[in-house]
Structure formats: C-alpha cells, structure tokens
Design a protein around this ligand. Structure first.
Ligand code: ADP
Ligand code: MG
Length: 242
C-alpha cells in the first residue's frame, strides 16, 4: 500500500488553475523528486499535501486514510508529514535546542528527557551538537537548514517534504545540507523533494515527477528520466542543466 496518495487534486488561486488533476503515490521508503520549471506549482503541491493550502477537489491519503476532508485534523497530520522550506523558518528568539523541542513537547506532549535525548542524537548526526545553545542568527544558512531538518525529524514524521531547501544557500553550504538528505534516504526515510540540484536529484531519487504548468507531464524511474526523458518539455528542462 502507498504511504501517501494524491488523487485528482485540483487547486485554484481565485480563477487561476494552479494544480490540474494531480495524481501520484509514494511508497514507504521511496524518494520522489519533483522537477519542473519555476512557477509550475511544485511549492503549492507540497503545501497542499501538508494542509497549508486548501484544495478545491481531490483526495490526499496517508496510510490509506483521507486527510484533507476534516480541516480540524491538520495539526495532527502535520506531525506525521515533516516539511522544510527554502527560507529559514526557525524561531529567531529561541535557541537551536528550544526550536527543536517545541513541537515534540507542546504538540506531542512527549517526555522531555526522551525528546532531549533524541534532539541531541539528531544534532550530533548533522554535526551541530556544539551549536545547541546558539540562536539562529548565530548560525550559517547551511547550519540553519540542518537545524530545520532536525526539528522536523524530531517529531518522528512518516514522510518528509523538502522545498528547495538549498536554493537560498551560498554554494559552499549546499553540500552539507544535501548530504544530510542523502543520509536520510539511505536510512529509508520516505521523502518528496523539490530541488534544482540535478546531480543530487540523480543520486537521491527513486522516481521523478515532472510538473509543467500545474500538470504532471512525466513520471519515471530516476535512471530512465535522466537518460531518456519521454517528453520534449522534460528534455528541454534537462538541457538547461547540462
Ligand atoms: P513553483 O514552486 O513550481 O515555482 P509555485 O507553486 O510557487 O511554483 O507557484 C505556482 C503558480 O501559482 C505561480 O504562477 C505562482 O505565481 C502562483 N501562486 C503561488 N502562490 C500563490 C498565491 N498565494 N496566490 C496566488 N497565486 C499564487
Ligand atoms: Mg517553489
């Protein structure tokens, strides 16, 4: 059974049909990379999956259960669907440690000792244990994004969504963030990743979904997509990066 399933999703911004009849599914442990030109609807799609945007028709299912038909449930669902954005969204007035503990303690009412142990373990894994008591402004962009990833992971999500998490970073910091995501993929984390880093996409993806003008125009195994894209639009898109 699919871990996540999107069926016939349509989304409008007023009269503008931004997502057109989107259907796809993601298996447990699978890494799906969404590629497509700027403005094609990638961010909006991730935001719909996480309940940050209302949809006008269609279903989103997590473990077979429809999650988009009762808006009062989103705060619970979001604990299972972790998301990291392009812009740094850590709370500026809280330390790294406080940022990470907030959700598990307040939203999940978990035991502080247990969460603290997990937070330290995760920070250690991304090489930032010694930054635990720093404030976001005292960190580099790459460090902030690694903390944002840890913060999402500390909620024990079933799936992680990444929206161009390295797009605002200086080039020398891109690698350290992508490496964390590669590591997660190896460990079997289910992920949907929007990125323009093609080498990374090749390395991390099981499957590619190509979106253009709000429509899925191609879905393929990663290897197949990069070596023999089926559509002209995908070919042209890949040419830009070669
Ligand atoms: P991508 O992430 O692929 O670059 P987006 O999902 O950000 O694309 O945007 C898709 C389209 O929807 C764009 O034309 C964008 O201008 C439009 N859009 C995004 N957010 C809004 C909004 N809140 N209100 C109106 N239009 C929006
Ligand atoms: Mg976007």
């Amino acid at each position: 059974m699919a871990l996540l399933e999107v069926i016939g999703l349509n989304k409008y911004f007023d009269g503008f049909h931004v997502l057109k009849d989107i259907s796809f599914s993601v298996k447990k442990g699978e890494v799906v990379v969404i590629l497509g030109p700027s403005g094609s609807g990638k961010s909006t799609l991730l935001r719909c999956i996480n309940g940050l945007e209302e949809i006008q028709s269609g279903q989103i299912k997590l473990n077979g259960e429809v999650i988009n038909e009762d808006s009062t449930k989103w705060h619970l669902i979001r604990q299972k669907i972790g998301m990291v954005f392009q812009s740094y969204d850590l709370f500026p007035h809280m330390t790294v440690y406080e940022n990470i503990l907030l959700g598990p303690l307040k939203a999940q009412k978990r035991d502080k000792k247990e969460v603290a142990r997990q937070a330290e373990e995760l920070l250690d894994r991304v090489g930032l244990l010694d930054r635990k008591n720093f404030y976001p402004r005292q960190l580099s962009g790459g460090q902030r994004q690694r903390v944002a990833i840890v913060r999402a992971l500390c909620m024990n999500p079933e799936i992680m969504l990444f929206d161009e998490v390295t797009a605002s970073l200086d080039p020398e910091m891109v690698r350290e963030v992508l490496d964390v995501m590669l590591e997660l993929a190896k460990e079997g984390m289910t992920m949907i990743i929007v990125t323009h880093e093609m080498e990374f996409a090749k390395a991390v993806a099981d499957r590619i979904i190509f979106i253009d003008g709000g429509e899925i125009t191609e879905v393929a195994e990663a290897q197949e997509f990069f070596t023999q894209p089926k559509t002209e639009r995908a070919k042209n898109f890949l040419n830009i990066f070669n």
